[in-house]
Design a protein around this ligand. Structure first.
Ligand SMILES: Cc1ncc(COP(=O)(O)O)c(C=O)c1O
Length: 443
């Protein structure tokens, strides 16, 4: 039995001062330090990190290039503010990010503080540029927790209960995953949208569509390519902006800078957060220049938006991500992770339904087993993994979320999968008692 006293004591103190809504925790894990893809808890236990702080640590913890950039910036100042003055570091980062807008589109950016306000920003510019009020989002999507972005979020009613009314003009339509039959998708994917346009939602009054190309919190579910193509064509036909919601999947999480690049289309706008700040807090929305010129100051600016420390870290990460060393490591990690997933599925054909996703963004979907619902199979498995030294959580109840830092070492990746396999075996052999459910809070 590992020691957990200090972690449990921290959790007990936390419960006295934090609003319960601020945690989606799975077990009493209080982290004291982090390095690369290894976390150490307050009792000294080590964990392999398969969460990467919800995909916000693509470069891993304390990467030397980020640490150096931060140390350099720390000696020159940590906050200048971008509202009343300018600084070269945030300009450099904006130049770098706009330079990778797909299709070589001339883009401009607005920085904020996180992924949620980047979604708010996208809505403001969509309305400002088009003069149209409505925004289309998709079922089970996650866009954030500010009022605007939670109005766009459709994956948890707990994000809506007791807090309405929300932002008007947000309309939700079905999402079509990669696993659906091609013919079915071809015939149905934009049918409801077209019906809505013909009956109650004039296309001429729709400003934008915002979509996660790979739905994250819905359980790492890539969109069907036919769905995206038809949706994109429909947007072009009606002058509706197409926004790629890349908060969780950008910055090489899927093997490409942006996940939308897997779909061969050029979006009008890109919504960013999480790893954009190279482990620091930052958000950003970038779009075609004419869209970003549509609103005057101070329509969307923040005291800390584009903070210089986060931009310094972002620049260092951006440059490192372009190196051959990183690109080679990423390519071999992607090859390895899918090999490990195939082996896991082969070893646990009854509990593992499918391993899905793209690149280093994977969902391991679990089945019901011997009368135990899949959600319980999933929780018990991730709890045993935690006991064995792996941080992995669930999404959508029965999906293990596999999003390690991209810089994870191959031996750590392999050991992480070994722990998942051992945990599944323990579950299959009835070796995980219901006792663990007392910690269950998560999604
Ligand atoms: C796809 C997506 N969009 C937006 C957000 C919101 O980002 P943040 O929590 O940094 O505001 C998240 C966070 O989980 C996300 O996964």
């Amino acid at each position: 039995m590992k020691k957990t006293e200090r972690c449990e004591a921290i959790v007990a103190r936390d419960e006295k001062v934090f609003a319960p809504t601020t945690h989606l925790s799975y077990y009493p894990l209080a982290i004291e330090k982090a390095q690369g893809a290894i976390l150490t808890d307050a009792d000294g236990n080590e964990y392999i990190d398969f969460l990467a702080a919800a995909s916000s640590l693509n470069i891993g913890s304390c990467h030397p290039v980020v640490t150096k950039a931060l140390q350099d910036q720390l000696t020159r100042g940590t906050q200048f503010g971008n509202v009343y003055t300018y600084n070269e570091t945030s300009v450099s980062y904006a130049e770098k990010l706009t330079s990778v807008f797909p299709g070589g589109v001339k883009a401009k950016i607005a920085f904020g503080n996180c992924g949620s306000d980047a979604n708010d920003c996208a809505v403001k510019f969509a309305r400002g540029y088009t003069g149209r009020p409505n925004i289309i989002v998709f079922q089970n999507g996650y866009h954030g927790n500010t009022y605007g972005s939670s109005s766009m979020t459709t994956c948890s009613s707990k994000m809506h209960e007791k807090m309405g009314p929300f932002l008007p003009g947000i309309h939700t339509f079905p999402f079509f995953g990669y696993d659906l039959d091609d013919k079915y998708v071809e015939e149905n994917c934009v049918k409801q949208l077209e019906e809505a346009f013909a009956t109650y939602l004039p296309a001429s009054e729709v400003a934008a569509v915002a979509i996660e190309l790979i739905q994250g919190d819905a359980g790492i579910l890539p969109a069907h390519p036919i769905f995206i193509k038809k949706l994109y064509d429909l947007c072009k036909k009606h002058g509706i902006l197409f926004y790629a919601e890349e908060v969780q999947q950008a910055f090489y999480r899927t093997g490409k800078f942006f996940s939308v690049e897997h779909y061969g289309i050029i979006p009008d706008g890109i919504i960013m957060g999480k790893s954009i700040g190279a482990t620091l807090t930052l958000g950003g929305f970038m779009a075609r220049e004419e869209i970003m010129n549509a609103l005057p100051a101070p329509a969307h600016l923040f005291t800390f938006g584009g903070n210089v420390l986060a931009c310094a870290a972002g620049c260092a990460q951006f440059d490192y991500f372009q190196t051959e060393e990183f690109q080679k490591h990423l390519a071999s990690n992607i090859e390895l992770i899918w090999k490990l997933a195939d082996e896991l599925k082969a070893k646990h054909p009854e509990t593992v339904k499918v391993c899905r996703g793209i690149g280093m963004s994977m969902g391991i979907v679990l089945n019901d087993y011997n009368g135990v619902p899949a959600n319980d199979v999933c929780y018990k498995t991730l709890y045993r993994a935690y006991e064995k030294g792996l941080l992995v959580i669930s999404l959508a109840g029965n999906v293990l979320r596999i999003q390690p830092p991209l810089v994870i070492k191959p031996e750590e990746l392999s050991r992480g999968f070994e722990i998942i396999s051992e945990s599944l075996s323990d579950f299959e052999q009835g070796k995980i008692s219901d006792e663990c459910f007392k910690y269950r809070k998560g999604w």
